[in-house]
Design a protein around this ligand. Structure first.
Ligand SMILES: Nc1ncnc2c1ncn2[C@@H]1O[C@H](COP(=O)(O)OP(=O)(O)OP(=O)(O)O)[C@@H](O)[C@H]1O
Ligand SMILES: [Mg+2]
Length: 460
């Protein structure tokens, strides 16, 4: 792509000379005869670099540069001056120019300088893009999991987060709803504004109302002064309404109004308060069932449900377990000053065989406990709670497994044992086994699902 250079000079001859040279060099050249025209061309021609005379009638080059910056133009300026003095150079740099050349213009030097500043600019842009990409990549960096189920949650979140759409996060207790709510905020343009959380189940109706909307002085006994509510505190940012399924019908009406009109009155007040708040709501209740049972307003449900994500329970995405175990081993290893090498044989199998009714939270607690109790360098099945220590579902007897076992069973052994060897890293296990990460994940899911087939006795 051709770089665009804008030449601003009041002398026609000087412009023509530069234009000829630069066009020959393969640049696309625009020109302006005075400061006003130059400013206008910044928007219409959108140059990559500007060659700008300093001495011009009406508006001089330095003033033009200052106005360009004030208007938000970031293109590179190279000043052209008849008087090469340190003072001019300093002035130009102070005003934000990248470089300067002297008149009469020396062809090779102006070309060299242009090339240099354009290269520098490209490098800077590349850096910025890199940083942007890194930010994208780390947006969900504290949310661990590679399962397709979780990836499709990330996908919806990544697309919806930048908007101001209300998002409803559903899922059993401990599946990571709060983590997702935070990620939505972090991935939104509101990330530098407040993220405010309200647990709607923790307060009585009256207290919750005043917590959300604030109250005026004397609104009720004990209301000695005006108090701002969470909606006001979250202005410009995100309000996370946790356990929203527990809100009383009276408050549901009020919430619906704020969601629709972004306005409300403080308790005991008549003045309408306007806010700009993005709401993320979460509940572990089945809201649809609550609507059917008449406990949750249908209109509020639809208003909240514009975009919804459901975090699947951990037992439905067991392929996330190895990565999560690693994550928690590292975290709690640090917390308790005990860095464990990994998992002893059989431990991962025990973790994969369990149902995890408390989901990721329960897994985190189990690993923390195990880290605290562990005696050796590896975490063993004995460090796990009794509920997890049952006999292993495969008849694993070491090498004697091979005669009499199906290839499927042998593959299962190979996958699980390799995973244990590499601390649950599916990518390293895939390398060692010479199969794809996807295949490992697929198999883990199969092994997990197999434990739910009714004909098999339940393992305790
Ligand atoms: N994918 C994940 N990666 C890392 N940590 C996770 C993940 N999911 C959940 N956790 C951790 O598990 C714990 C529970 O998560 P969180 O509080 O977000 O769950 P929740 O769905 O809001 O649960 P509840 O309904 O009980 O409030 C937290 O410590 C959280 O950091
Ligand atoms: Mg929660």
């Amino acid at each position: 792509m051709k770089h665009r250079i804008l030449v601003i000079d009041d002398e026609q001859n000087a412009r023509d000379a530069l234009k000829t040279i630069l066009t020959e060099e393969g640049y696309e050249v625009g020109e302006a005869g005075d400061g006003e025209a130059g400013l206008a061309a910044l928007s219409s021609f959108r140059p990559d670099a500007v060659l700008c005379d300093i001495r011009m009638p009406k508006m001089d080059g330095l003033t033009l540069l200052a106005r360009a910056r004030a208007d938000g133009h970031t293109c590179t300026f190279v000043m052209v001056t008849a008087f090469a003095s340190i003072e001019t150079a300093v002035q130009a740099m102070k005003a934000g120019a990248e470089d300067y050349v002297t008149k009469p213009v020396d062809v090779s030097s102006v070309l060299a300088k242009l090339e240099k500043v354009l290269e520098k600019k490209a490098l800077k842009q590349e850096n910025e893009q890199l940083r942007e990409r890194l930010r994208e990549k780390h947006k969900f960096s504290n949310i661990v999991g590679e399962s397709n189920e979780l990836q499709s949650v990330f996908d919806v979140v990544a697309r919806a987060a930048p908007t101001r759409a209300t998002i409803l996060v559903l899922g059993e207790s401990g599946t990571g709803k709060e983590l997702i709510a935070q990620a939505i905020h972090e991935a939104s343009p509101r990330r530098d504004k407040p993220f405010i959380k309200v647990n709607c189940a923790a307060l009585t109706e009256t207290l919750l109302e005043s917590e959300l909307f604030g109250h005026e002085k004397g609104a009720y006994t004990g209301a000695v002064g005006r108090r701002e509510g969470r909606f006001e505190l979250a202005n410009g940012g995100t309000l996370f309404l946790d356990e929203l399924g527990d809100v009383s019908p009276g408050l549901q009406v009020k919430l619906l109004r704020v969601l629709q009109q972004q306005e409300f009155e403080r308790v005991g007040g008549t003045q309408t308060v306007k806010v700009d708040v993005r709401v993320v709501a979460a509940t572990n209740r089945d809201l649809e069932a609550e609507v059917k049972a008449g406990r949750f307003r249908e209109d509020l449900y639809y208003r909240l449900n514009v975009v919804s994500v459901t975090l699947p329970p951990l037992r439905r995405r067991k392929s996330d377990i190895p990565a999560l175990v690693n994550h928690f081993l590292e975290r709690y290893g640090e917390v308790h000053g005990k860095s464990l090498k990994g998992l002893a044989p059989g431990t991962l199998n025990a973790l994969l065989s369990y149902d995890w009714p408390g989901n990721v939270r329960e897994l985190g607690n189990v690993i923390e406990r195990a880290v605290v109790l562990a005696r050796g360098a590896d975490l063993t099945a004995d460090d796990l709670p009794i509920a997890l220590r049952g006999p292993r579902p495969t008849n694993r007897t070491g090498d004697s497994l091979i005669p009499g076992a199906t290839l499927y069973d042998i593959e299962r052994e190979a996958i699980l044992r390799t995973l244990e060897l590499v601390d649950g890293s599916t990518s390293r296990a895939a390398d060692l086994l010479g199969i794809s990460v996807r295949k490992i994940q697929y198999r883990l899911k199969e092994y997990a699902d197999a434990q739910h087939t009714p004909e098999k006795p339940h393992v305790n």
